[in-house]
Design a protein around this ligand. Sequence first.
Ligand code: ADP
Ligand code: MN
Ligand code: MN
Ligand code: MN
Length: 338
Amino acid sequence: MAKYKLEYIWLDGYTPVPNLRAKTQIKEFDSMPTLDQLPMWGFDGSSTMQAEGRSSDCMLKPVACYPDTTRLNGVLVMCEVMMPDGTTPHPTNSRATILDDPDAWFGFEQEYFLYQDGKPLGFPSDGYPAPQGPYYCGVGYQAVGEIARQIVDEHLDLCLDAGINHEGINAEVAKGQWEFQIFGKGSKNAADQIWVARYILMRLCEKYGVDVEFHCKPIRGDWNGSGMHSNFSTKYLRETGGKEYFEALMAQFAKNMEEHIAVYGPDNHMRLTGLHETQSIDKFTYGVADRGSSIRVPHAFVNNGYKGYLEDRRPNSQGDPYAIASRILKTISEVPTK
Ligand code: ADP
Ligand code: MN
Ligand code: MN
Ligand code: MN
């Protein structure tokens, strides 16, 4: 038997963007516990905007777990927040009610800024660094500084150790801005991994005196904002597709433009301006290899007979991947297949 450190992670009740919260519980197991061995737990919902002080108990229901190599016998446990009865989802529990489909695949490109002393890592103490240009996928001290590389590499290793399906990382267009990509099958699975990867990143940055800024447009002016491009495919899109289906799908995305924007992250009007590789927030367009449209259609999709995956470029870095994936699946479900 060994004492395991179970880090129960959940989303609080703050709006428009929930914060990640976590606390540790110690339990004895013979070996690394599996999800079904992890007990429900409770917390004080009055401290997280999830309950009144007089009836403050909320429940934590484990829904996914990952090894945590930062601790001896550590486990990261993603949880849903439940009402005191343990079975009714709490109103802030966005995961419980979303559409899911194990054959829907999602690739999220999470962009973010590393921040120190109120500005992006590598910005001078007053004013601005050299304009954008050399930073994207850049190398060298001038482009990336010194701590950033250490942080993103350490984050990558911790996530891979946890079994999170990272597909890559890169330095982004603005100084201090980075991206990681996670691919998962099923909306809950892919979105759980994004939330846990965000958690691992924020916790890792503590020891560097660095914060993670997920806001979609933290610096005004000629500096890119942060997105979370959402690449998606269903079984039908991958295996059948076709031009007619694709055009019907895009028409449905156009029709639901506002419903999509509503769950694509707060303050997105600051980022979706038509500049900096975005389309305006009030327009829906799609285009082959077009990074200025709402949905980018990869060349391979067209060359393959309108089969494969599509990239919705509108979701932002602060968006809730549960809600984003669910909205994409909802629109897809509204289009008849043959
Ligand atoms: P770019 O920066 O050019 O937009 P990235 O390489 O950063 O491209 O991201 C592409 C994303 O597409 C990856 O996250 C990958 O997981 C995802 N992806 C690839 N194939 C599929 C697919 N069939 N279904 C869903 N997502 C996919
Ligand atoms: Mn990318
Ligand atoms: Mn990017
Ligand atoms: Mn992209």
